[in-house]
Design a protein around this ligand. Structure first.
Ligand code: HEM
Length: 422
């Protein structure tokens, strides 16, 4: 057995909120793999599991590793009764079976190949229009002018929410993600990874109160008059007794989560692929010569710079991984980018390689029972977005004088600014 206290001291150099790590996790991942691939990370009080096989084991074994780890930061006392819908209902992401299966199965059944294929022409059209909007400027900020609006408008289409409310959803998604945190034990309230002033906490909860009112009314409207979209289909599903399979309360908390899960991650993927191409000019030339390789470029970006850096679980019993004992109740962080850059799984894992035969084996969309239901939708958008950029702006490059910026986040990567010129 390894000595956990020793490992905690050893890993004080590691800071998952550090911009250099968020930008390029490979140096830190390689060091972790070489020294202690499973270790207790004291600053966040969680066990980090970083090797491909171990990450897969954790995600596959949902009976040992529970997903009930999430909770919202406690709202100010006066707002608490009004936001109960959020705090009392579980998110799909944080459920175990049988509740998880009951909600996931109907939702996943709606994300068909046909849904994705039918959306593609509209995504392409929007990508073209967005580029039309900035091409004459010779520069753009890729996240806010391309990746985000493209991903957000797709998700708005999928879920049938009004397009002119897209900015509202963007804001609420940020509030939602910021308030969602790790519950250290089932009894304990979640705490923020970063200190948060009370007025900031109040502002996020006040916004979420608005979101709740909006989505409550929205769900009621879809119940009265279903439309031709995924949410209407989800709300219409009934069990054999004729009862709705998804309750109003569950829909009100899960709909904003789906909107957030579906666009932030996709926008990050589009921009991270562009950054990798900028940094790998030879691979980029190969891609420009053969656009059929775009899907391969996206798999490599997912492997090296996936939008979800890790998945969180709670060990339901004492468990030993790679000789390290993890106690029952502990929070386990399955490091997805650790899996993607494991030299035992991927040859020269720090290299962006369009010819990599097994790039698609990455775990960037998770694995097992909770794996991503939007992966094909995300891949399609990234493929279209990247192809349009390569065709219309073949000379794009990162603006050297302006930095790429990130907002600290765990487990998601939040790219905030990617200045581009041509
Ligand atoms: C590049 C884009 C995306 C990435 C990297 C990504 C990543 C992930 C990962 C790693 C998980 C597993 C979480 C866990 O096991 O704890 C997940 C779950 C999920 N994703 Fe995605 N995602 C992306 C896009 C999308 C899109 C477009 C949608 C939907 C519209 C979506 C909806 C979901 C949902 C609903 C779950 C929860 C599934 C469950 O708990 O059963 N994601 N995603």
């Amino acid at each position: 057995m390894r000595d956990a206290s020793l490992e905690a001291t050893d890993f004080n150099w590691f800071n998952p909120f550090d911009t250099s790590y968020i930008h390029d996790p490979y140096p830190a991942v390689a060091r972790i793999h070489a020294t202690a691939p499973v270790f207790f990370y004291e600053p966040l009080a969680l066990w980090i599991v970083s090797k491909y096989d171990d990450v897969k084991t954790v995600l596959k074994d949902a009976d040992t590793f529970s997903s009930k780890v999430f909770g919202f930061l406690p709202p100010p006392a006066d707002l608490a009764p009004q936001v109960r819908d959020f705090t009392d209902h579980e998110l799909l992401l944080g459920m175990d079976k049988p509740e998880h299966t009951a909600l996931r199965q109907p939702l996943a059944s709606l994300f068909t190949h046909k849904l994705v294929a039918d959306l593609e022409p509209a995504v392409r059209e929007r990508a073209k229009r967005l580029i039309d909007g900035f091409i004459a400027d010779g520069r753009c900020e890729l996240m806010s002018q391309y990746s985000y609006p493209l991903a957000l408008s797709t998700i708005v289409d999928v879920f049938g929410v009004p397009a002119d409310h897209a900015d509202l959803f963007r804001g609420w998604s940020d509030d939602f993600m910021t308030m969602l945190s790790v519950r250290r034990s089932p009894e304990e309230e979640p705490a923020a990874a970063h200190p948060m002033p009370p007025e900031e906490l109040r502002e996020h909860w006040t916004n979420l109160l608005e979101a709740k009112a909006y989505f409550k009314e929205y769900v009621a409207r879809l119940r009265r008059a279903p439309a031709n979209d995924v949410f209407s289909a989800l709300l219409a599903l009934k069990d054999t007794n004729g009862n709705h399979r998804v309750s109003d309360a569950s829909a009100v908390v899960n709909i904003p989560n789906l909107i957030a899960a579906g666009h932030d991650t996709t926008a990050n993927l589009i921009s991270q692929t562009v950054i990798l191409l900028n940094d790998n000019p030879e691979q980029r030339r190969a891609l420009q010569d053969d656009l059929a390789l775009v899907p391969q470029a996206i798999e490599e970006a997912l492997r090296m710079r996936g939008s979800a850096l890790g998945n969180l679980r709670r060990a339901k019993r004492d468990v030993v991984i790679r000789g390290v004992e993890i106690p029952a109740g502990a929070i386990v962080y399955a490091m997805l980018n650790g899996a993607g850059m494991d030299a035992d799984q991927f040859d020269k894992p720090g290299t962006f390689d369009l010819a990599r035969p097994n790039a698609g084996q990455h775990l960037a969309f998770g694995f097992g029972r909770h794996n991503c239901i939007g992966s094909q939708l995300a891949r399609m958008q990234a493929r279209v977005a990247l192809t349009e950029l390569l065709v219309r702006l073949p000379d794009f490059r990162l603006t050297p004088s302006e930095p790429i910026t990130y907002a600290p986040g765990l487990p998601l990567r939040f790219t905030t600014s990617v200045p581009l010129e041509w």
